[in-house]
Design a protein around this ligand. Structure first.
Ligand SMILES: Nc1nc2c(ncn2[C@@H]2O[C@H](COP(=O)(O)OP(=O)(O)O)[C@@H](O)[C@H]2O)c(=O)[nH]1
Ligand SMILES: C=C(OP(=O)(O)O)C(=O)O
Ligand SMILES: [Mn+2]
Length: 625
C-alpha cells in the first residue's frame, strides 16, 4: 500500500481530501507513517480556513487544556508544576554516531530515534491528532520555510495559530517543491488537571538530518510549539549552510528625528529583555524573539519568523508596559499560561495592582503561603508564566515591516544579557568583527527561570543562542564573521546591559532607560552624535544622554548616575576576556583565528588604559582626551 492509500484508510473522507489536495509525496509518506504509529482515535487536518482554526480553539476548551476567563476570547492554560520551562537536559540533537560537539547536547541518531519512537508508539490512543500547516517568515518570500505540525494538544495547535502564519495554501502552492520542517508532539498521558503526567519521560529530540523534531510528555510552549524554539535549531543549521543568519533576536523600529525609521535586531537570552525592549511604547515592534537576516543585494534584510508573542507576564504593569497592559485587558484572543486565576480574572507577580490571596494557579488550588513538595513558597504565578497573543492586536506594530516579503534593512544589531558588574549600559563596537567577537561571541548572562535548573549563575551564552545551537560553534561564528563580506554596508553592532547593580545589589537603571539607549543607538547608526572612544568601544557622551533622558523620559539624568553606570571596569573586563578566551581555546575547538586576535587587541587596550587611568576609569576622564 502506498502512502496515499494508507492515508485514505486512516482518515475520514473530509480530512483525507484536505491532504490529497497537497501534491507532495514526501509529506504523504511522513503523515501516513506517523499517523499509523501514533494511533490517534481521530485526525483533524487544519486548512487555512477560519472554521478550522475555530475548531482547534474549541477543542482546547472541550478537552480541558484551556479554560475560559471572564473577558471574551481570553483563556488560561496550565502546565504541570514541574513542566514550567525549557528542559535543557532532555533536549538533544540527534547526530549520526552521537558525535560529541562542545556545548551541544548530542545523542546517537539511531538510538535517539529508537527511544523516541518507542515513547510515541500508540501514544495518541483515545486522543485526537491535529495536523497543522504553517510557515516561518512572511509567505512567498526569501524567508519562507513551510512546516507541518502533528500534535495531540489543541493548546499547542491553538498557540501556533496565534503565533504563526497559516501555511496550508503555501503547501498547496509549493507542491512537491516544499522543503518543509516536521514536528511531532504528544503531551502524553494527562493528569486530572489536564497537564502532562509522565515528566520523567519528557524528551525533545531534534533530528538534524531529516529536519524533524519530536517532543513528548510535555506541554510547556518552549518545549512543544514546533515552530518556535524547536524549529530554531533547524533554521540555524540551514542558515549556517546557506550563508545567512537565523537569530534569537527581536526586530523593532526605532523612530529617529524627522520621521526617520531605523530597524534594530537584539539578541538577549530568554528572560533578559527582548520582549520588553521591542515593546517600548513610543517605538514600533516587528518581532520579539526570532529573526531571519538575509543578505539581499548587499543589504542585510531582517524579518520576523513569527507573527505573535509568547511573552513573559511577570512584571507587566501599567506604568512600564502600558501597551501590553492594555492588550491584556482588552477582549482580543489571548492564552494566559500559569497565572493565578480568581473569579475568572488572571493575576500575575509584580503586576502593580493588588493580587487575591487565593485562587487557582500552576500548583492547583492556591493560597498565599502555600508551599510545594520541596518546601518552597509558591508565588501567585510562575516566574515564567506567559501570554500568547497575535501582533495584529498591538497598536504599535509595524505591520508593513511585519508583512514585507523583502523584510526591512537592519541598521543595527544589539547584544545583551544579565550582567551585574562588567558591561556599561550601552556601547558601540568599533566595527563588525569587534562587535561580533567581543559583544556577540563573548556574551555571558545569568541563568533564568526560562530553563529548568538553578537561576542567577553567570553562564557563557554566545549570541544568546547557546541553548538552541545546532552546529559546531566555530562554524556558526565563521558564518557570522563572513556575513559582513556579503554586504555593502554592515549593520552597526551594539551591546547593552540592563542589569547592572550597585554594591548593595540595587539596579543601576530603571526599566525604561533602555528607551534612551535605543534613541542613542539610532543616532549613532546615522552618525548624528559623537561618542567617547574607550578600550571596549564607543560610549555615549554625558551631554547627549542628559538631553535624551529629558526628551524621551522627561527625566533628569545626573552626572553621578552617568559616571557610575559608564565607568570602565577594567578588572572585570579583563577577567571576562580571560574566561572567554579560555572557553574558546580549551573547550570549543576549531574557532576562527581572528576571534583570538580581536580579544587580544581588546586586552591590550584595557591594559594600556589601566596604566594611565587605574582600574576604574571615569568616562569623563576619557572624554577629556
Ligand atoms: N531590572 C530590569 N528588569 C528588566 C528589564 N527589562 C526587562 N526586565 C525583566 O526581565 C524579564 C524578562 O523580560 P522579557 O522582555 O520578557 O525577556 P525575553 O524572554 O528576552 O523576551 C521580565 O521579568 C522583565 O520584567 C530592565 O531593563 N531592568
Ligand atoms: C519561549 C522562550 O522564549 P523567550 O524566553 O526567549 O521569550 C523560551 O525560552 O522558552
Ligand atoms: Mn520574550
Amino acid at each position: 500500500m502506498n502512502a496515499i492509500e494508507k492515508l485514505e484508510k486512516l482518515l475520514d473522507r473530509e480530512q483525507f481530501e484536505k491532504i490529497k489536495a497537497l501534491n507532495n509525496p514526501e509529506l504523504h509518506e511522513f503523515l501516513a507513517e506517523w499517523i499509523e504509529w501514533l494511533e490517534p482515535d481521530k485526525v483533524f487536518v487544519c486548512t487555512d480556513s477560519p472554521e478550522d482554526e475555530a475548531y482547534v480553539k474549541w477543542k482546547a476548551l472541550y478537552y480541558g487544556e484551556e479554560k475560559m476567563l471572564e473577558t471574551p476570547n481570553h483563556t488560561v492554560h496550565y502546565d504541570n508544576y514541574y513542566d514550567q520551562a525549557r528542559d535543557k537536559a532532555n533536549t538533544k540533537l540527534l547526530v549520526p554516531g552521537g558525535k560529541a560537539i562542545p556545548f551541544l547536547n548530542t545523542k546517537d541518531r539511531d538510538e535517539g530515534l529508537r527511544e523516541i519512537r518507542e515513547l510515541m508508539k500508540g501514544v495518541m490512543k483515545g486522543k485526537e491528532l491535529f495536523v497543522c500547516f504553517f510557515v516561518l517568515g512572511p509567505r512567498n518570500s526569501v524567508f519562507t520555510i513551510p512546516a507541518v505540525q502533528l500534535t495531540d494538544s489543541a493548546y499547542v495547535a491553538h498557540s501556533e495559530f496565534i503565533l504563526y502564519r497559516k501555511g496550508y495554501e503555501e503547501f498547496k502552492r509549493l507542491g512537491r517543491n516544499a522543503r518543509f520542517f516536521r514536528f511531532v508532539h504528544s503531551e502524553g498521558e494527562l493528569d486530572d488537571r489536564k497537564t502532562s503526567k509522565n515528566l520523567d519521560k519528557r524528551r525533545i529530540y531534534i533530528d538534524l538530518l531529516d529536519e524533524t523534531v519530536y517532543s513528548v510528555n510535555t506541554q510547556y510552549g518552549g518545549n512543544t510549539i514546533g515552530l518556535k524554539k524547536l524549529a530554531f535549531r533547524l533554521t540555524i543549521q540551514r542558515a549556517v549552510r546557506e550563508g545567512w543568519l537565523s537569530e534569537h533576536m527581536f526586530l523593532m523600529r526605532v523612530n529617529g528625528p524627522d520621521g526617520r525609521k531605523t530597524y534594530f535586531t537584539g539578541a538577549y537570552p530568554s528572560m533578559c529583555g527582548k520582549t520588553s525592549t521591542a515593546m517600548i511604547s513610543w517605538e514600533n515592534i516587528v518581532g520579539d524573539d526570532l529573526s531571519f537576516i538575509v543578505p539581499v543585494n548587499g543589504v542585510a534584510r531582517g524579518a520576523n519568523v513569527e507573527k505573535g508573542v509568547f511573552g513573559i507576564i511577570q512584571g507587566v504593569n501599567p506604568e512600564d508596559d502600558p501597551i501590553i497592559w492594555e492588550i491584556l485587558h482588552s477582549p482580543v484572543e489571548i492564552i494566559f499560561s500559569n497565572v493565578l486565576v480568581k473569579d475568572g480574572k488572571p493575576y500575575w507577580n509584580e503586576m502593580g495592582v493588588p493580587i487575591p490571596d487565593e485562587g487557582e494557579n500552576h500548583s492547583g488550588k492556591w493560597w498565599r503561603g502555600k508551599k510545594d513538595a520541596e518546601g518552597n513558597e509558591i508565588p501567585p504565578s510562575h516566574k515564567n508564566a506567559r501570554f500568547t497573543v497575535s501582533l495584529e492586536h498591538f497598536p504599535n506594530v509595524d505591520m508593513e515591516a511585519l508583512e514585507n516579503p523583502c523584510g526591512v534593512e537592519v541598521g543595527g544589531m544589539i547584544f545583551g544579557g544579565r550582567d551585574k558588574d562588567t558591561w556599561p549600559p550601552v556601547r558601540e563596537a568599533f566595527n563588525w568583527r569587534h562587535g561580533i567577537v567581543t559583544m556577540g561571541a563573548a556574551l555571558e548572562s545569568e541563568t533564568t527561570a526560562a530553563t529548568l535548573g538553578k537561576e542567577g549563575v553567570r553562564a557563557f551564552n554566545p549570541m544568546a543562542i547557546l541553548d538552541f545551537m545546532s552546529v559546531p560553534l566555530g562554524e556558526y561564528l565563521r558564518n557570522y564573521l563572513d556575513f559582513e563580506k556579503k554586504l555593502r554596508k554592515a549593520p552597526k553592532i551594539f551591546a547593552v546591559n540592563y542589569f547592572l547593580r550597585d554594591e548593595n545589589g540595587n539596579w543601576l537603571n530603571h526599566k525604561l532607560d533602555k528607551g534612551v539607549w535605543l534613541k542613542w543607538m539610532e543616532l549613532r547608526v546615522h552618525g548624528d552624535v559623537g561618542a567617547i572612544e574607550t578600550p571596549i568601544g564607543y560610549i555615549p557622551k554625558y551631554a547627549d544622554l542628559a538631553r535624551l533622558f529629558e526628551e524621551v523620559l522627561d527625566k533628569e539624568y545626573t552626572r553621578e548616575e552617568y559616571e557610575k553606570q559608564f565607568t570602565i571596569r577594567v578588572p572585570e573586563l579583563l577577567a571576562k576576556i580571560e574566561r572567554i578566551e579560555t572557553i574558546y581555546r580549551e573547550k570549543v575547538g576549531e574557532v576562527p583565528e581572528e576571534l583570538f586576535q580581536v580579544l587580544e587587541d581588546e586586552r591590550k587596550r584595557l591594559l594600556e588604559a589601566r596604566e594611565r587611568y587605574g582600574d576604574y576609569i571615569s568616562p569623563f576622564a576619557l572624554e577629556g582626551e
